[in-house]
Design a protein around this ligand. Sequence first.
Ligand code: SAM
Length: 469
Amino acid sequence: MYDVNSKCADDFINHEEILETLAYADENKNNKELIESLIKKASLRKGLSHKEASVLLACQDDELNEKIFRLAEQIKKDFYGNRIVLFAPLYLSNYCINGCTYCPYHMKNKHIARKQLTQEEIRREVIALQDMGHKRLALEAGEDPVHNTMDYYLESIKTIYDIKHKNGAIRRVNINIAATTVDNYRLLKEAGIGTYILFQETYHKESYLQLHPTGPKHDYNYHTEAMDRAMEGGVDDVGIGVLFGLDKYRYEFAGLLMHAEHLEAAFGVGPHTISVPRLRDADDIDSSSFTNGIDDDTFAKIVACIRISVPYTGMIISTREGMNTRERVLHLGISQISGGSKTSVGGYCEPEPEDAKSEQFDVVDNRTLDEVVQWLMQMDYIPSFCTACYRAGRTGDRFMSLCKSGQIQNCCHPNALMTLEEYLMDYASPVTKAIGDKLIDKEVLNVPNEQVRKTVLENLKLIREDNRR
Ligand code: SAM
């Protein structure tokens, strides 16, 4: 039985409810009147239910779809302005005891080189990332209770926060590791993690069980209820996502929104971010052997529909996507992207030898962070290295209320400009710096409050004189 408040995955991601939702969406996919009214409802910026959003996703009318895309762009601008948050993944270990059929970390893969970073290696990787200009990391690891223990993660997080190097310090460490216990989530929170990220992979339980035939991850309910435990452990920023390509995208979309609705209903705060990874080739994985892959147009539609359904939730895109796709979905709703990423364990310090590859998947966008920053600014986006909210304790519902009130514009815009100027001074190539300085000079005039604008101008002057407060 569908029950948004229940703590049982079978209730809040209820299979029958999803099937009914998809049938309703099918019946109404040409119902112009209903679709128009849903677009109008979404334009109030209060979101849509999984059922309503599923109708919009199913809509095949070009004109109405165009309206959905335009609304997504507008909502993106209203809630996030033109800022794009940047981060990089840091792969700590690819030891894994699971049997996921789409992931090269699976236990039976004897071909991939297994590696786990020591604390010294983590230091070296982080310094390499800081030298690019990164301030936010997403830690990644396979699931292996012997190698990848909670103590190892806690020590690694401490190591990272303790590194002071030139002008750089990692200010926010997010973590994407296997589902765990409330006590462990509490420890991660105490260690200062930002967002706890865990992809559902697929919400379709039967497929899930087949795609995860062995190992702890086989337990669908334990995995799906992870965010409830994380919230109980005090982690109020959680990041959800599905791996598109594993099952039918319309099912996944409905499941994703039901998950968000459940977290909001049960804890008063929805997910901080939604990620939209698509399945890629990897070591011994041939993505073409999975039959549910989605094309770029469908992918763009999914991003737009998520944007208008949960306007206050950040959206993340990784380097699994190339430049053109990233550009398209940035306009439609993405608020965070990775740049200069390596998916190998230890890949930031040294390229891996051909015969000892540890990568998780093939990176499609191989540009450097400087190139990504320059590209963003050429499109008039402000690459943001700001972590002020997190450092000021504005996480979970406190962040959401800032976002929902529209105030995010007033405090985020100035912070983003100042941290971008610091990045330009410290790390950018001369061409990137010239483009960035011009953009900042233009953007600072858009700070609405006169007093704040004056302070930002003063601070920018000091940063440019290399005289930081
Ligand atoms: N061990 C953690 C877990 O169990 O969720 C973290 C997993 S991994 C480091 C991060 C994500 O990479 C996975 O959740 C999965 O969605 C994604 N992934 C795995 N194989 C992939 C592939 N072949 N292509 C694209 N993404 C993949």
